[in-house]
Design a protein around this ligand. Structure first.
Ligand SMILES: C[S@@+](CC[C@H](N)C(=O)[O-])C[C@H]1O[C@@H](n2cnc3c(N)ncnc32)[C@H](O)[C@@H]1O
Length: 346
């Protein structure tokens, strides 16, 4: 089978420039050759980047306490569900499940990539229900806690550039076998309707798929919560005049770079999340933003019972180090933001 770069070159030569969003979707999620299609290996010390999950099981244990508190608040329903997107190798899911003990939760992982889904089934030996989409959950709606760590930043986005008046959409062209950026014309009006006018050459990103992603994740929810953890800004800050080259980054072997057209399928491609767009999408679905704060503060709040239980114990140095990594503003505490959305029962 030709490599992904060769297939993308062929597609461009046959049909003309590809929108960057399409190029990115192929580079990350082509089911055979996309960056995320291979089982595991991307996240963690030996991979390309760290996440809060790579810090260790404490993150999952703290989230489990938070989920459990919501479940009790909801009247401890006998049947309920946790639904995770972007579970990757399943570490967070298994950490949460182990900490929840006998709560009776069904833990569903939504994994559209077949090789990853199979690896998750094998690793979890039946403990996780792995589905390729949420469609099947609609047949049996349940109170649900839906979550995802660093998923929204991985949703394919459009790259746009200002000509001083209008936003233009950028696509990907090929010359001498190399990919390069090309202007494919004015961006669709609804894509850029909420963005400010910016000077010539200002380049940034915008997503039009947050709403559809949230609605898909809400399928099968008979009320409950959604919790999204990611890096991002309010819209005003995201499109601030000083941020002239946007937030697009690539990651390979723990090194950040900025050319997403290099080596499709071999590197991670990401951009910050517009949290204003996330809140708007949630509210348009009838959700209410009940929390929007830095990860450090969020975890410190939900860790109170755990922190109190540590008094007098001497065997917790490792957990305390992990807690500091997750919450310290100089480490992950200020890098990540947490938005929690409430949905009333029907
Ligand atoms: C940066 S990784 C984060 C992995 C893990 N949550 C962690 O924190 O270590 C992003 C993950 O989101 C997944 N993803 C992206 N879009 C998705 C979608 N629409 N549905 C489910 N998973 C998705 C990717 O396949 C990838 O595994």
């Amino acid at each position: 089978m030709p490599g992904l770069a060769a297939r993308l070159r062929e597609e461009i030569l046959n049909s003309g420039p590809l929108l960057f969003q399409h190029f990115m979707a192929e580079a990350l999620y082509n089911p055979d050759q996309g960056y995320y299609a291979r089982p595991a290996g991307q996240v963690g010390r030996g991979g390309d980047f760290f996440t809060s999950v790579s810090v260790g099981p404490l993150f999952g244990r703290l989230l489990a306490a938070h989920i459990s508190a919501w479940w009790q608040e909801a009247g401890s329903p006998v049947r309920w569900r946790i639904v995770e997107a972007g579970a990757n190798d399943g570490s967070l899911a298994l950490d949460i499940l182990a900490a929840l003990e006998a709560s009776g939760a069904e833990y569903v992982v939504v994994e559209p990539l077949p090789l990853l889904a199979e690896a998750l089934r094998q690793r979890s030996a039946g403990a996780l229900r792995v589905v390729d989409s949420t469609t099947s959950l609609a047949e049996d709606p349940l109170p649900s806690f839906v979550l995802g760590n660093e998923v929204l930043d991985a949703l394919p986005f459009h790259v746009i550039e200002s000509d001083g008046e209008l936003w233009h959409e950028l696509g990907v062209e090929v010359s001498d076998g190399r990919f390069y950026w090309t202007d494919v014309g004015p961006a669709p009006a609804d894509l850029v309707a909420k963005l400010p006018t910016r000077p010539v050459g200002y380049m940034t990103e915008v997503r039009d798929n947050i709403g559809s992603f949230l609605s898909a994740m809400a399928t099968g929810m008979a009320g409950g919560r959604m919790l999204w953890l990611d890096y991002g800004f309010d819209r005003e800050d995201y499109y601030h005049e000083s941020r002239t080259t946007g937030t697009l980054r690539t990651f390979s072997r723990h090194r950040a770079a900025e050319d997403p057209l290099e080596s499709p399928g071999e590197i991670d491609i990401t951009a910050h999340v517009d949290f204003t767009a996330l809140a708007e999408a949630a509210e348009a679905m009838g959700g209410t933003v009940i929390r929007d704060q830095r990860q450090g503060l969020f975890l410190t709040e939900i860790a109170k019972p755990w922190l109190l239980s540590l008094e007098g114990r001497t065997d917790v140095a490792k957990d305390l180090r992990a807690f500091q990594t997750l919450t310290h503003p100089g480490q992950l505490g200020a890098k990540f933001r947490v938005m929690e959305i409430g949905f009333d029962p029907p």
